[in-house]
Design a protein around this ligand. Structure first.
Ligand code: APR
Length: 230
């Protein structure tokens, strides 16, 4: 089976009702990154940071995967699909994708503040001050904050190097090192970019752009790829 690698961003979850970051009504229009998504924010105002992720986690229990997520699951019948996502939601997993690597963490998990490898699943949407890890320290959101290292990057880069085709979907390609993953793909590998702003944002000439929403573009591309496979 050919290896199909997917790099997804917030746009793939937009049609499920989850805000992106940099669109007109995006999260960074309503919150300042340095106040809710950085180690300094956590030191300065733990409660505000906990609330920022609690609001997003609560919403996650109320939304469902969309046709874009499901199209990627359909492709698993014909390709060895590996998903690399910048998203912290679990919609890829809930749609049924079996191989998902989170670059920026996971909303439904929390992490010890004395041992970053001690990660716990959150069964409930609310993480509060005083909620502690098994070692007795305050739990923090299991999210890679700005200024923290993306520990899964080497694994993601190695997946992209082995890709026979790459689909980039729903990302503005503005945040590194995630956006730089595209440069790890071999020269001959086709790179599809699905995003309403694809033409404007495609920074490599060899990207095949589909200026569509994920819920339209991914099912369309999946059926083309499956037809070509038969
Ligand atoms: N379908 C596909 N793409 C969409 C849709 C949709 N329905 N709606 C919006 N988009 C596109 C936008 O055109 C934009 O290119 O999704 C992209 C969203 O870009 P960002 O909001 O910048 O999200 P993302 O690229 O995932 O951000 C990367 O930045 O703030 C950090 O950690 C955060 O993981 C995030 C990272």
């Amino acid at each position: 089976m050919k290896k199909l690698v997917v790099l997804s961003g917030a746009g793939i979850s937009a049609e499920s009702g989850i805000s992106t970051f940099r669109d007109a009504n995006g999260l960074w229009r309503n919150y300042r990154i340095e106040e809710v998504a950085s180690p300094i924010a956590w030191r300065n105002n733990m409660e505000l940071v906990l609330e920022f992720y609690n609001i997003r986690r609560k919403q996650l229990f109320e939304v469902e995967p969309n046709a874009g997520h499901h199209a990627l699951v359909d492709l698993e019948k014909y390709f060895d699909v590996e998903i690399i996502t910048q998203n912290v939601d679990d919609l890829h997993e809930r749609a049924g994708s079996s191989n998902v690597l989170h670059l920026h963490g996971e909303l439904k998990k929390a992490r010890s503040t004395v041992d970053e490898n001690l990660v716990v699943e959150l069964k409930h949407w609310e993480l509060k001050k005083g909620d502690t890890c098994p070692k007795g320290s305050q739990l923090r959101p299991h999210i890679v904050w700005f200024g923290e290292s993306v520990n899964t990057f080497p694994q993601a880069a190695s997946r992209i190097r082995q890709a026979d085709l790459l689909i980039v979907v729903g990302t503005s390609l503005l945040v590194y090192p995630a956006a730089g993953l595209i440069d790890y793909v071999a020269a001959k590998v086709p790179v599809y970019y699905i995003d309403p702003n694809a033409e404007k944002q495609a920074y490599r000439s060899n990207m095949i752009t589909l200026a569509e929403k994920a819920g339209i573009g991914l099912p369309k591309l999946a059926s083309q790829l499956i037809k070509g496979y038969r």
